[in-house]
Design a protein around this ligand. Structure first.
Ligand code: NOJ
Ligand code: CA
Length: 645
């Protein structure tokens, strides 16, 4: 009873601030149309029935909301727990990451920009996502895709102006969505005024904003770095700066010096810039490599064992909890915001230390076990072999280790990883669509706040990279110098592996339509080449195809948004060892959903264990699929189904 009441209050809250009733209803109708359609095998409901349905549903909803709101107000009770979880908007969010450089160019210079994103807000609203995560939009020399910030309070000139940012934010809010931005404060650009000052003299007041060390000097005067730390982007993590003849630390490129968080003035500056953006109205932050901000005590050399996985040694330093707690106390706790930490070097077992809500630190983190399955997140990454039981074991472990005080994220893509369908699915012409749909199904029905990356909803694929000149990413260029130029690996081997793992796979321009340059720019020189398959894979084409990935993802999001069991429900993996099928349930009170996914390019006949029956089919990624009330399922290649039990 208590649960029912709180579930209702939570739903009321979502309706109050959620998408407009009309928007919700359109989704409901589409889903309803699909279900009925599948039951009636192709007989679509007539448009007059649809209109009547919309009308009565809207009327009914308004009446129900009014009654429930007055009940909630009269009771004076605050919503408490849902299945043991404290309800929060960011737990119910569906986040969509925009990489501004690649999303939409508004002025023909070949670079995506903020007005470009604003022009596509209706598209995002129709998709149904309700939080947008914007990768860095700040003033930057752009050596690392904007993850090298020169001025935290300015907009990158190629992306527009602060007024463009304000318009973007207003447009997002008008559509009842929220915006979170990237907080990149482990390091700055070397062109940031703090570093310009810091490097100018050993006595400059900003000297201690960064990490400076004299390093070692041999008898013959040869200088070597303070320790053997490697950079994430090849070579040493230390650079000798001629101005003061000392080394500074940079975990990433030499143009990204690490801030010294041990200095309270650095922390004050960070809190102040966070307040600046929160006061503007953003709803939180994705925190770049946040576990790196506290450096290891004394920074001794890494041992040979530690050198196999340096992020584990760099991350979660002795003062991390103290710094995160301070961020929370001084800033985050004062706003209705969300925080998601990019948790490089952090194991599942360490996750509670960052996200347990009794600690008042972060809301959730990105754990990379799934996305990096079979490959490392440091140095030269290579696509490795992986099996479905391994992937399932990761999600199973999350469900076991994380408690009701922790919150999780679920994602298989971002701007640092190749495309989902090419990496985990099958991007061949026959299998691309169902396999792209399957992964979206999985991400939107597993535990945790789902994060989608731009183009996932179209089933965009990896780019056919051939030569070094095809890449923009500094990490690829640095690795080429470190490995190929020194003869450690052949150019051919390097380029073959890079094509499969490069971050640039995700960063090619969004494919909007079949016009030149995929409608991304009106110019003829996009900053990174458009994938040649854009005439086949683009939003306009998918819009008009009822069986497209885009229309499927819209229906799926519509279902997720209205189903609290996918948010707060318990997860059970029904068959962890099955090599091709992932079958699991999400249960919230008496509501249970069964999800069955065939991770293979062949059909599979699958019998549910323990006499379980798949009850009512709500959604399948294969048009015409209709098996309900059965215990043996005939799954098409890459078919995924959602049943209400
Ligand atoms: C993680 C970001 O996601 C990546 O793109 C960037 O290169 C590094 N942090 C350094 O900021
Ligand atoms: Ca532009």
């Amino acid at each position: 009873m208590v649960q029912t009441f709180f579930k209702r209050s939570c739903t009321i809250d979502r309706l109050r601030r959620g998408p407009s009733a009309g928007h919700i209803d359109l989704f409901a109708v589409r889903l309803w149309g699909q279900n009925i359609g599948s039951k009636m095998r192709g007989q679509a409901p007539s448009s007059s029935i649809t209109l009547l349905f919309v009308f009565f549903r809207a009327l009914f909803r308004t009446a129900v909301v009014t009654v429930l709101l007055s009940l909630a107000a009269a009771s004076g009770q605050e919503p408490k727990l849902i299945n043991g979880y404290e309800p929060k908007w960011w737990k119910e969010a569906i986040v969509y990451q925009v990489y501004p450089r690649s999303f939409k160019d508004s002025n023909g210079d070949g670079i995506g920009d903020l007005p470009g994103i604003t022009s596509k807000l209706d598209y995002l609203q129709k998709l149904g996502v309700n939080v947008i995560w914007l990768s860095p939009h700040f003033d930057s020399p752009n050596i690392d895709g904007g993850y090298d910030i020169r001025d935290y309070r300015k907009v990158m000139i190629e992306f527009g102006t602060m007024s463009d940012f304000d318009q973007l934010l207003a447009g997002i809010k008008q559509r009842h969505m929220r915006l979170i931005i990237d907080l990149v404060v482990n390091h700055t650009s070397d062109e940031n005024k703090w570093f310009v000052e810091s490097r100018s003299s050993k006595t400059n007041p900003y000297r201690d904003f960064y990490i400076w060390r004299p390093g070692h000097t041999a008898a013959d005067g040869t200088r070597t770095p303070p320790n053997n730390y490697p950079s994430y982007f090849s070579g040493s993590a230390w650079t000798l700066d001629p101005e003061t003849n000392e080394y500074y630390l940079h975990y990433f490129t030499a143009k990204q010096p690490d801030l010294n968080w041990a200095n309270p003035k650095v922390r004050e500056e960070v809190f102040s810039l966070m307040r600046f953006w929160l006061d503007k109205g953003v709803s939180g932050f994705r925190m770049d490599v946040i576990p790196l901000i506290s450096k290891p005590t004394g920074m001794p050399d890494l041992t040979p064992e530690q050198l196999k996985a340096p992020p584990n040694a760099y991350a979660n330093g002795p003062h991390l909890a103290e710094y995160l707690h301070e961020i929370n106390r001084e800033v985050l706790s004062k706003y209705d915001d969300m925080s998601v930490g990019e948790a490089t070097g952090t194991t599942l077992a360490q996750t509670n230390n960052l996200v347990d809500d009794r600690r008042h630190e972060l809301n959730m983190i990105f754990n990379f076990d799934a996305i990096k399955l079979g490959r490392s997140d440091f140095g030269l990454s290579q696509l490795g072999a992986w099996t479905l039981p391994e992937l399932k074991a990761i999600y199973d472990a999350h469900a076991t280790v994380l408690t009701k005080h922790d919150w999780d994220t679920v994602f298989l893509s971002n701007h640092d990883n190749p495309r989902i369908v090419s990496t985990f699915g099958d991007d061949s012409p026959a299998m691309r669509v169902p396999s792209a749909k399957l992964f979206e199904t999985m991400i939107l029905t597993l535990r945790g706040t789902p994060f989608l990356f731009e183009g996932d909803e179209l089933g965009m694929t990896d780019f056919p990279f051939k030569t070094l000149a095809d890449y923009d990413d500094i990490s690829v260029k640095n690795a080429y110098k470190a490995l190929v130029d020194t003869g450690k690996i052949s150019a051919e081997a390097f380029l073959t592996s890079q094509a499969k793992v490069s971050r640039d796979n995700a960063r090619t321009p969004m494919q909007w339509d079949s016009s030149p340059e995929a409608g991304f720019t009106t110019g003829s020189h996009p900053w990174l080449a458009v994938n040649p398959n854009y005439k086949e894979i683009n939003a306009a084409r998918e819009e008009s195809d009822p069986t497209s990935v885009l229309n499927y993802v819209r229906a799926l999001i519509g279902l997720r948004v209205h189903t609290l069991a996918f948010v707060y429900g318990d997860f059970e993996d029904l068959d962890p060892q099955h090599p091709h099928v992932f079958a699991y349930t999400r249960t919230l009170g008496s509501e249970k959903y069964l999800i069955v996914e065939n991770f293979s390019s062949s059909p599979v006949t699958y019998t549910l264990s323990n006499g379980l029956k798949a009850a009512n089919l709500l959604l399948s990624d294969i048009p015409g699929s209709h098996e309900s009330n059965v215990s043996t399922l005939n799954l098409a290649p890459w078919e995924s189904r959602i049943y209400k039990q």
